[in-house]
Design a protein around this ligand. Structure first.
Ligand code: SF4
Length: 477
């Protein structure tokens, strides 16, 4: 147990995330105090040892007391990082960066016209990011920049459609997902509600053309072929898809797909699908509650090829319980044989909402993720002819690494870049959908969340539509 006492609430979240990055499997308890003992003191107690960082240390690090809040905040984090580094003897690959979008910083510097060498120095000296991660961020940011140039993203928008059902719930899942068997009788009601929301949103976006559409969840392909057909027909009827660059459907679980469903997707012009093994080791699939076989992954992949899909993504997770480097190597070898056009390598993140969190103590000793394993996955991606094109981080990731999307040239998922770089408004429909509205001139981003619970989504649909309508009027969109 780590006790953290922060006498300024403002620093609470970031300090906690930084401590967790050094101690991913230890509970961090916070004790906030209003006593103004030493202004801006962060005090961490690790198994009897105390690490105290106060504003005095920060001033010693070269920040004057009257400097901006952002600078003091940055210096406080740096000082705490140094103290934790000394205490644990560990360096973090991403240094003091705890946010989910490290490439945004690099992208910002590229847009300011900074040269690569200058960016490298900032990443090393200011943020303490390792050389490898800096190289990766630069590669990704340059690729994103090149791909975004092809889009008039400020004029367009993107669409997200959420289908919150899955064959079973995975141990690590923190998405909006309900087992399809329990909802079978009500999926038609869900589709009706979703279509209603889609029609209303299409009215709001009249005269504008979406650039990308993404079906996620959940697993959209848990729906029946005629339900998928209804949703895709609605999309075509109500939105002007004449400028569409990409239509992605997550067919994530191989136990959810059939030829008939693939043919429906193909008929409606779906350009990109995902078939996600997460691992090609059967013992791990069984452990994490996927309830499908490795063979089913291969069958689903070949079936998709037969049905004409030439842009397939595969999601993998590194750091799954019980897997070592050889297990990951086996997965990479098997995926290489399939040769997908896209590959997304995630580092396991143990989220509060996931069942895995309950079993953290049981599994923590068997969760391994190292720089060598991550590097190995990058090398395999290279051998498959795939380049990194987007990356993001999550809190509480095994090894404090990142998720990286790789793709063959011209096969990248543009939606992934748009959502990560927050360049474009995304209207999200369905239970758990989180719409994001970007106002570039004001440097402002607003989010509107749909409720996650399917019953509530169906019952409170009008309220959610009204909320978005009101937002459009108030913000003059
Ligand atoms: S397939 Fe994805 S959304 Fe469905 S339960 Fe597993 S992790 Fe959650």
């Amino acid at each position: 147990m780590i006790l953290m006492s922060v006498n300024n609430q403002e620093y609470y979240d970031e300090v906690r995330v930084l401590i967790k990055a050094f101690h991913p499997f230890t509970a961090v308890e916070a004790k906030t105090t209003t006593e103004d003992v030493v202004e801006k003191t962060v005090c961490v107690t690790v198994e009897g040892r105390q690490i105290s960082v106060s504003i005095n240390d920060v001033i010693l690090n070269g920040v004057a007391e009257d400097d901006s809040k952002k600078e003091v905040y940055h210096a406080l984090k740096t000082t705490l990082y140094q103290a934790l580094e000394k205490d644990t003897g560990k360096e973090l690959p991403w240094g003091i960066l705890t946010g989910v979008r490290p490439t945004k910083i690099v992208m910002g510097m590229l847009e300011e016209g900074k040269m690569q060498d200058e960016i490298r120095l900032v990443m090393r000296d200011k943020y303490r990011v390792s050389q490898r991660k800096t190289d990766l961020s630069l590669k990704v940011a340059e690729r994103e920049q090149m791909l975004l140039k092809k889009l008039d993203y400020e004029k367009g928008f993107s669409i997200y459609i959420g289908i919150p059902f899955c064959p079973t719930t995975c141990l690590y899942c923190s998405f909006t997902s309900y087992p399809i068997a329990a909802w079978k009788k009500r999926t038609d009601e869900y589709v009706d509600a979703l279509l209603c929301e889609m029609k209303a949103m299409a009215e709001l976006f009249k005269g504008r053309k979406p650039d990308t559409v993404y079906f996620g969840g959940g697993t959209p392909t848990t729906l029946e072929p005629e339900q998928l057909d209804r949703i895709l027909s609605g999309l075509e009827e109500w939105f002007d898809l004449s400028g569409l660059k990409e239509l992605t459907v997550e067919a994530g679980r191989p136990d959810s797909v059939t030829r008939e469903k693939f043919l429906v997707l193909k008929k409606h012009g779906v350009t990109r699908i995902s078939i996600n093994p997460q691992t090609m080791n059967q013992k791990t699939l069984d452990l994490i509650g996927r309830r499908h076989t490795v063979e089913q992954v291969r069958e689903a992949f070949y079936l998709a090829r037969e049905c004409g899909f030439d842009n397939i993504n595969m999601d993998l997770i590194v750091g799954l319980p019980g897997e070592n480097q050889e297990d990951v190597r086996h997965t990479m070898e098997e995926v290489k044989k399939l040769s997908p056009e896209n590959l997304t390598v995630h580092s396991l993140a143990i989220k509060r909402a996931a069942a895995l969190n309950l079993w953290k103590d049981k599994f923590s000793g068997s969760i391994h993720n190292t720089d060598e394993i991550i590097e190995m996955t990058a090398q395999y991606a290279g051998q498959m002819g795939l380049n990194p094109y987007y990356l993001y981080r999550q809190k509480n990731m095994a090894g404090n690494f990142e998720n990286v999307g790789y793709a063959k040239n011209s096969m990248e998922g543009l939606y992934n870049i748009l959502i990560m770089e927050e360049r474009q408004s995304i209207i999200a429909m369905g239970a758990g959908g989180s719409s994001k509205f970007v106002f570039p001139e004001e440097n402002r981003i607003e989010r509107i969340e749909n409720v996650k619970d399917v019953n509530h989504y169906i019952g409170r649909l009008d309220e959610m539509i009204e909320r978005k309508k009101k937002f459009f009027v108030e913000n003059n969109i």
